[in-house]
Every structure is written in structure tokens, then in C-alpha cells.
Design a protein around this ligand. Structure first.
Ligand SMILES: NC(=O)c1ccc[n+]([C@@H]2O[C@H](COP(=O)([O-])OP(=O)(O)OC[C@H]3O[C@@H](n4cnc5c(N)ncnc54)[C@H](OP(=O)(O)O)[C@@H]3O)[C@@H](O)[C@H]2O)c1
Length: 390
């Protein structure tokens, strides 16, 4: 239970996805503590309508405008307001909920996330792509509005729990842990032949398709490196990545006196989500309790940038700055979709991202307009490279 207090109103963007449904699970277990203002999905009208009815949401929206009619029909007579299209997602985020879960996949989550931030909401951020493609813009909007950004990604959530925000000069480095994904021990040759089914089979976490493929290429850790550089006042050379296959330590902060603080937990997204949902309190969570005796050992290894070149490509993009992270994110979204649709091979994903970055050097992404323009250009470049690779 959340400590006694007024009902917290919440909005869940991406309610029908993996993070969205983990959030819904916590809301279901704490019905007396939360009221649902708005819920969104992309195309899953049946799932969204079911959740809207169950929680008595005031507003629901689908990102795909062509699904608006179906959603309206599903909710006819309920009095629940319905919207469709990208603007309706931003409208959902702009409604007066105290807490907003940003769990749309990809750059499509940027505008709704900004709409929540701009009105000063407390934003639980799962949508790492928003920070990767427009980190400076998102953080500046937070500073302007006073919006509190609470990271949901288990690594950044872990760091948030142990980071000394009052004395950041005491922090020596951040250590992001990585499971290594399903291909941790595979050769490049094996990976070249990997199918979407193999790449989707994450050893520790159950997640949506896009982040699962990102975990297999380890681009996910590259995106998280960029995300961490925006969330915490620690420069890139002092953000380290360590492979930790058990996914028990979710990340660590090393201090100048040699102390290292870590957050641990079973690999269950409901723990970091509960941290944000109850913040600044704590609430009881349903995830399996850690049993250290059963666990026996925790292991660590260096990431292999030869086999997982996404780590190098993402770090280089962060160092290059300007529009490089925006290009990286957009090209990666296109290439991951292409792999899932069996248009390209597994190793082509990062090759296409790298080639797109090479072709679009020197762009800037200082304003939202520039971010959109670069994002569009990177998508069409990646698409044409994909056609050439197919
Ligand atoms: N899954 C995890 O454990 C995890 C952990 C850390 C961070 N994250 C991050 O959280 C975000 C969501 O991941 P997920 O695994 O929950 O993804 P997911 O299972 O694929 O769910 C995505 C959600 O966003 C909606 N959506 C997708 N594309 C959209 C679009 N273009 N416009 C509007 N809505 C759209 C989907 O609606 P439909 O259902 O209608 O398609 C669904 O509700 C990602 O940024 C991911 O990197 C996830």
C-alpha cells in the first residue's frame, strides 16, 4: 500500500504494452489509491476499451487514427471520451493527472511525453527513445515546468534510487549493468543467421518486441547509455557498462571514497514501476523476493564490442552529439522493424544504423522541428539502405 494520502490520479500512455500492463497490474492491486484519468494504445482497441471500462478512465486514445471508429464503437454508451491520432495521444498526456506513465515505444512517445512534462506532471519515463532522440529538449522542458522525471528503465531507476543528487561531485562513475541478451555467448556467424524468434527470446525479461530486439543487438544498452547521460550529471567517459547475466543488480553508483551503491531485485518491471508510482513514498510490490542463498553467485564480464558493435556505435553517437543520437534512434527503429518483418538479417540492423549515421553527419537537432526533420530523413535513409540490403 502507498502511505495514506489523497487519491493519486494517473494516466498510462502505452497502456496495452508490456510496461503498460505491468503498471495496470499495480493499479489493479491498489484500486483504492489511484484514479485513472487517461489511457492510450496504438491499435489494440479491444484491449484498451477493456481497461478503460475496468478502471472508469475519463479519456482514451489510439495513436492510429484509422482505429478511432472501432474504439468509439467499443465504448459507446459508457460516457468515456475517445480520441484518435497523434494529437489525441498528446491530449491524453495533457489532461490533469498527477502522474503519467510514458510507455509508448519509440519516438512516437516524444510528443505525448513532452505534453505531460510541459504541464508539470510527475512523469514515469519508460520511453527511453524520447530521451535519446531529444534529450536536451526534454530535460530543458522539465527544468522549465518543474516536472519530476522518474526513470522506469530498471537500470536508471536503480541509479535514481542510490544517486546523491545533492552532491553529484561525490559520484565517481555510473555502472550500467546489462544481461547480455539471448546472444551473449553466440559468435557473429551464429548471429548472422538469427531469426526474430531467437532474438525475441530474452533469457531474463519479458518485454515488447522492439526492446527485446534491442537487447539482442545490445543497442538497448547503447540507448541506455545516452539516456543516462541526460538523466544524471555524469559525463559519458564516466558511464561504464558491465555485463551481469543474472539481472539481479540493476545498476550501481561508484562514489569517490570507493563505496559502490547498488539496487538489487528480481527481474520484474513492477519493482521500478512501483517505485515511481508511489514516489516519494514506497508501496508494497508483488515481485518475487530475492533469495540470496538460492542465488548463490552473481557474475560480471566486460561487454564485447567486437561482437556487439551497437555499443561502440551508440557511444560514438553520444560523443558526436548534435543530431547523431536522433539519427541513431530513428535508423534503429526502422531496422528493427525490418528485421522483425524478415526483410533484413540480424547483423544488418546495426550495419544500417551505422551507415545512416555516416550519411547524415553534421545535422543539428536543437529544436523540436529539427528533431522531426532529422528523424524523418534518418528513417528514409535507413529504409533505402534496407531495400538495398534485402
Ligand atoms: N518492456 C519492458 O520491460 C521495458 C523495460 C524498460 C524500458 N522499456 C521501454 O518502455 C517502452 C515500451 O516498451 P514495451 O516493452 O512496453 O513495448 P510494447 O509492449 O510494444 O508496448 C508499446 C505500447 O505503446 C503503444 N504504441 C506502440 N507504438 C505506438 C505508436 N506509434 N503510437 C502510439 N502508441 C504506440 C502500444 O499500443 P498497441 O498495444 O495498440 O500496439 C503499446 O501500448 C519502450 O520505450 C521500451 O524501451 C520497456
Amino acid at each position: 500500500m502507498v502511505a495514506a494520502g489523497p487519491l493519486r490520479s494517473v494516466t498510462v500512455l502505452g497502456a496495452t504494452g508490456s510496461v503498460g500492463l505491468n503498471t495496470i497490474d499495480l493499479l489493479r492491486r491498489n484500486r483504492d489509491r489511484f484514479r485513472v484519468e487517461a489511457l492510450t494504445a496504438h491499435r489494440n482497441t479491444a484491449g484498451l476499451a477493456g481497461l478503460a471500462r475496468e478502471f472508469g478512465a475519463r479519456f482514451v486514445a489510439v495513436g492510429d487514427e484509422s482505429c478511432y471508429g472501432d474504439l468509439r464503437q467499443e465504448l459507446a454508451g459508457t460516457g468515456i471520451e475517445v480520441g484518435g491520432g497523434p494529437q489525441a495521444l498528446a491530449d491524453a498526456a495533457a489532461r490533469p493527472a498527477e502522474w503519467v506513465m510514458s510507455a509508448i515505444t519509440g519516438a512516437a512517445g516524444l510528443a505525448p511525453t513532452l505534453a505531460a512534462i510541459e504541464r508539470g506532471a510527475m512523469v514515469a519515463l519508460a520511453n527511453k527513445e524520447a530521451l535519446v532522440c531529444a534529450g536536451a529538449i526534454v530535460m530543458a522542458a522539465c527544468a522549465r515546468s518543474g516536472s519530476i522525471l522518474l526513470p522506469v528503465d530498471s537500470e536508471h531507476n536503480a541509479i535514481h534510487q542510490v544517486f546523491d543528487f545533492k552532491n553529484p561531485e561525490r559520484v565517481e562513475r555510473l555502472i550500467l549493468t546489462a544481461s547480455g541478451g539471448p546472444f551473449r555467448n553466440r559468435s557473429r556467424q551464429d548471429m548472422a543467421a538469427a531469426t526474430p524468434e531467437q532474438a525475441l527470446a530474452h533469457p531474463n525479461w519479458s518485454m515488447g518486441a522492439k526492446i527485446s530486439i534491442d537487447s539482442a543487438t545490445m543497442m538497448n544498452k547503447g540507448l541506455e547509455l545516452i539516456e543516462a547521460s541526460h538523466l544524471f550529471p555524469v559525463p559519458e567517459p564516466r558511464i561504464e557498462i558491465v555485463v551481469h547475466p543474472e539481472s539481479v543488480i540493476h545498476s550501481m553508483v561508484a562514489y569517490i571514497d570507493g563505496s559502490v551503491l547498488a539496487q538489487l531485485g528480481s527481474p520484474d518491471m513492477r519493482t521500478p514501476i512501483a517505485y515511481t508510482l508511489a514516489w516519494p513514498d514506497r508501496m508494497a510490490g508483488p515481485s518475487a523476493k530475492l533469495d540470496f542463498v538460492q542465488q548463490k553467485s552473481l557474475s560480471f564480464e566486460s561487454p564485447d564490442e567486437q561482437r556487439f558493435s551497437a555499443l561502440r556505435v551508440a557511444r560514438d553517437a553520444l560523443r558526436a552529439g548534435r543530431a547523431a543520437p536522433t539519427v541513431l534512434n530513428a535508423a534503429n527503429e526502422v531496422a528493427v522493424r525490418g528485421f522483425l518483418d524478415r526483410r533484413i538479417g540480424f547483423l544488418d540492423i546495426v550495419a544500417i544504423v551505422e551507415e545512416t549515421l555516416e550519411r547524415l553527419v553534421g545535422h543539428s537537432a536543437d529544436s523540436l522541428e529539427e528533431v522531426h526533420a532529422v528523424d524523418d530523413e534518418a528513417r528514409s535513409t535507413a529504409e533505402s539502405l534496407m531495400m538495398a540490403a534485402a
